[in-house]
Design a protein around this ligand. Structure first.
Ligand SMILES: Cc1cc2nc3c(=O)[nH]c(=O)nc-3n(C[C@H](O)[C@H](O)[C@H](O)COP(=O)(O)OP(=O)(O)OC[C@H]3O[C@@H](n4cnc5c(N)ncnc54)[C@H](O)[C@@H]3O)c2cc1C
Length: 449
């Protein structure tokens, strides 16, 4: 029997591993959490995260005072989090809004600050890279590449899309990611208020669009404002923004291999064929040449069962379980929902309602059922948004539950602490979170021009 007294081993202190740790802490489980990096800030985190349908799950896992801090870590705490907002998709040839999708309550968070917040009071053991693991009669032993080990009742692998644990569980062949035929470039902009003005004029928080003839797609999101990054009171106030451009490799080739070549390709794209509409084209051409650029390889893994008789106490969570592209902006939402569902199954184990193996099986079944299709929908969204003429309001890129106000999907909430806080965002909690911020917006119907 796995003992409730021995710690649960978490591998990976990304957004989902930290949320899982918070959930286990709140539910009163003993755990240890390890990460290969030297610290929270070792890698660049140049993108934002939209939290939408998994806000109730996040609230279940976090202490209320941490959850309520979310508002202040939005990419734009003044303009973000408004109700009755629209999600805009532009035609880049004309600058016209092709689709305006009414959005439900969501928060666009600065990922770096979100991760810092989730790390509050979580004692991560850094510099611990998992090499492999062995299952024992009483649980699991993890072997780190520095020669040390950690043993516990179970191993929860939240080690991201290239999960080493997944590779050992399902094998090299079955764990291989599927590459998508799309080149993806990510710029982290740092611009003066004047330089950022044309981007913010479209929408101050986020927008996307495509050029009808060339098929170049852009997703733009603010990352910080002078007020939120502290530069407002300096002589050089600046905004930070996330500028992502992608294209089908069959049309325009692979992602260039150096940051400067990536930026040059983005500038060429803005002027190719009939060119982007003048204000956007000029704003792109004015992006400073030393802007950091990042290639993100677009790959996915439609979720498959991973539990095996030999390793019945090893499970996957977050991107490790369901690698998907970011075109529907819901991978982290799924991961955070995984976390609350898993903690819930463990509370049932602790209460003697099921064995640990049964709990992990229930968890896996739900994750596979929920996310296999989600991965494929993200793949569909990724491919279709490079052809604006093929899009409609029914397209996968727009039909995201929780983000699109017209799409709802019932998912149970879980009170893992047994103190009523599991339902916090269904009722007073979310109202308290954003109550004073709600703004009246225009009539809420999707607009297709
Ligand atoms: C550009 C972009 C935009 C996105 N936008 C959104 C969005 O708007 N909404 C949304 O829901 N999702 C979004 N996502 C997806 C979201 O970022 C991921 O789903 C989420 O960050 C995954 O978290 P994770 O904790 O599962 O994995 P990760 O964040 O990858 O964390 C894995 C952790 O495991 C550690 N690790 C890895 N290997 C080992 C090892 N061998 N030993 C020890 N530790 C190890 C790593 O150091 C890392 O800290 C976006 C993704 C991208 C790339």
């Amino acid at each position: 029997m796995a003992s409730i007294d021995s710690p649960i081993i978490i591998i990976g202190a990304g957004l989902v591993g930290l949320t899982l740790a918070q959930g286990l802490k709140k539910a009163g489980f003993k755990f240890e959490i390890y990460d290969r990096d030297n610290s929270l800030h070792e890698r660049p985190a140049g993108w934002g995260i939209t939290m939408h349908w998994a806000l109730p799950a996040l609230a279940s896992c976090l202490p209320p005072q941490i959850f309520e801090t979310l508002l202040s870590i939005q990419v734009d705490p003044v303009e973000g989090g408004k109700e009755n907002d629209y999600y805009q998709f532009l035609d880049f040839e004309t600058g016209a809004v092709k689709f305006a999708i009414p959005s439900s309550q969501h928060y666009r968070l600065n990922r770096k600050l979100f991760r810092e917040l989730l790390c509050t009071d979580i004692p991560v053991q850094w510099n611990k890279r998992v090499k492999d693991f062995t299952s024992t009669p009483n649980g699991v032993t993890v072997n780190f590449s520095d020669g040390t080990t950690a043993s516990g009742s179970m191993l929860l692998a939240v080690d991201g899309k290239n999960s080493r644990v997944k590779r050992q569980l399902v094998g090299d062949e079955a764990s291989r990611l599927s590459p998508l035929p799309v080149a993806f470039n990510g710029l982290t902009l740092r611009l003066s208020p004047d330089q950022m003005a044309p981007f913010r004029a479209i929408h101050p928080v986020l927008w996307q669009g495509c050029h009808p003839k060339s098929g170049f797609f852009v997703f733009f999101s603010m990352l910080s404002t002078p007020a939120s990054n502290g530069s407002a009171t300096t002589s050089s106030p600046y905004y930070e923004g996330q500028f992502n451009m992608s294209w089908l490799t069959s049309r325009h080739g692979p992602t260039p291999s150096t940051p400067s070549a990536q930026l040059a390709a983005i500038k060429r794209a803005a002027t190719s064929d009939t060119g982007f509409f003048p204000t956007l084209r000029d704003a792109i051409l004015a992006i400073p040449d030393d802007t950091p650029a990042l290639e993100i390889k677009l790959e996915d893994w439609p979720t498959q069962p991973w539990l095996s008789g030999a390793h019945s106490r090893v499970s996957l969570v977050g991107d490790a379980a369901h690698t998907m592209t970011m075109y529907r902006g819901e991978a982290a939402n799924h991961g955070i929902y995984d976390a609350v569902k898993l903690v819930w199954e463990l509370t049932r184990w602790r209460a003697g309602e099921q064995s640990l193996e049964q709990g992990l099986q229930q968890y896996q079944d739900e994750v596979v059922q929920r996310t296999h299709e989600a991965v494929l929908l993200s793949r569909e969204a990724c491919l279709e948004c490079h052809d604006i003429d093929s899009l409609s309001e029914e397209s996968a890129v727009f039909r995201v539950a929780g983000f699109n106000a017209a799409v709802t999907e019932e998912r149970p909430t879980f009170d893992i602490a047994g103190d009523g806080s599991g339902g916090v965002v269904d009722g007073e909690g979310l109202e308290r979170l954003h109550g004073e911020r709600n703004m009246e917006g225009p009539a809420r119907e999707a607009v297709a021009v």
